[in-house]
Design a protein. Structure first.
Length: 137
């Protein structure tokens, strides 16, 4: 006789019944439930690659996919993401944009409006492409 329970945990019910008081030391709500699943190396590598393209950890990527699939909205689950590591060319562009903004400040203090506007245009030209690449994350 099989004594193993076939009772499955309904994750949506579990999420709805989760203790709303659960939080980290910082006071932010935490992810309370650990969900472990086994998969082939090929699937794991594909998940990791897709997550990396989206700038997420594999776990965060799977959480977002699951939330879309079950039509659940959870800010706690959605906010999780890998800390951003910017490519060196983006770091250089951001540094250059900050220097441009310093020149804008100097131009404003000298009441050189054309130079200030030109500096803002240069800073925008450096920052907007970076921001557009990261807008979907």
């Amino acid at each position: 006789m099989n004594t193993k329970s076939n009772d499955a945990i309904d994750p949506i019910t579990a999420a709805k019944n989760a203790d709303p008081g659960s939080s980290s030391r910082s006071g932010r709500p935490t992810l309370d439930l650990r969900f472990v699943t086994r998969m082939s190396r090929e699937l794991g590598d594909a998940v990791a690659a897709a997550a990396g393209r989206d700038g997420l950890t594999s776990g965060a990527w799977v959480r977002r996919l699951l939330m879309e699939r079950v039509a659940l909205q959870s800010p706690v689950d959605a906010r999780s993401r890998r800390p951003g590591i910017l490519p060196s060319e983006e770091v250089v562009a951001i540094s250059t944009a900050v220097r441009e903004l310093a020149s804008v400040n100097a131009a404003i203090s000298l009441k050189d409006i054309p130079a200030a506007r030109a500096g803002l245009d240069r800073a925008r030209g450096l920052l907007i492409p970076i921001l557009m690449r990261h807008a979907g994350r």
